[in-house]
Design a protein around this ligand. Sequence first.
Ligand SMILES: [Zn+2]
Length: 394
Amino acid sequence: MKILLLMLILSLAHSGASKAQTLQFSERLKFEREEIEYELKRDLDSLYTQINRGAISGDLLCQENLRLHMSVLGSIASTQHEDPEKQDNSYPATVINLYPIDDSEYLVQIAFMSAETAGPEAIKLLFSLTAKRGDHGHFRFACPLRHRTRYWKQTEVGKITYHHSGPLNVKRAEIFDRKNREIAEKMSLEAEHFDFYMSLDYQQINRLLGYDFEQGSISKYRNGYGVDANHIFAIMNNEDFSHDVFHYYSGQIYERKNRNWITEEGIAYLWGNAYWTDPAGEMIEQNDLLADLDQLMKTNPDQTPTKIFEENTKAFSPLAPEVSARSTISALICQEVEQQHGIEGVLKMISCGRVPNNIDPYMATIKDLLGITEENFNQKVRELLDKQLALKRR
Ligand SMILES: [Zn+2]
């Protein structure tokens, strides 16, 4: 049955290849009424045209949570426009499934298929969206987040609304709520409200947003997603998303091109956490990584701080393969900057830029602020690590 369906999709995609700009419809789709078929096909085709043009306007979308729908559909639109060299590089798309989910509301699944490739590689994206029929027979589309979480519970923890299908770890949620306020305050910003969805893994996040299958996400599962339109999706079902919330607030103050990414990671580790969860599902904190950094440097004499910085060494901690030894060192340095120069010093570090690369302006700024030079870098980092290890032991 599955193979038959795949063949059907493939043949539909191929038949649509010559006129890729028109949305195709599987002949198996059943509509309740003829007028609904006409209106829905008309409006879906307009949406597909916008996607292929690479510009989504809000007029076809559901107004509730509009920013999120714009962002999700906008990212499909930009993937359709990946290669500006090609005149028409958009993948032919076919509506392969459609059924009612509520009064005048439907779930629509669209397959974006490569016209040139065969087999499973041809499936680029299977995307679902909801279509609600409003007055005058016009449909409004939305990503299926609300529909797919309709039986989830909601719990308010400070400024965060948690959406969860299983139990919520309130202690962790309170830590995140506190960090959200603290980070915003340090950056002289108003702490924002977030809708926080407790997703089990990255594949579930994709499905909640409508990406039933996405070729670029095959086998990816440890990441979270956000902050997007004040929506957050958990990293491996953990309530603390403070690492990326720091990046988010920093992005409110500075343009991306002016931010130094070694500082950003250091501060995110220090004020938030190391982004990844440990084998027990707990968020890894900067303090948890000090002993592993110590171990790395002691057992591998060639792994000097200078080398770790240049190579951006990872896989040094048994807690998670993704955590970075360079970011752990950067967090130590940023911690010292904050202690000696306060938030002003930290902001100087963040905004020192990345020309010609991230390392040079970073080194120039810590020379200014802490007297750390290329010559004494290894020794100074060792001292900062010993200082924090001693504090931790107390
Ligand atoms: Zn980060």
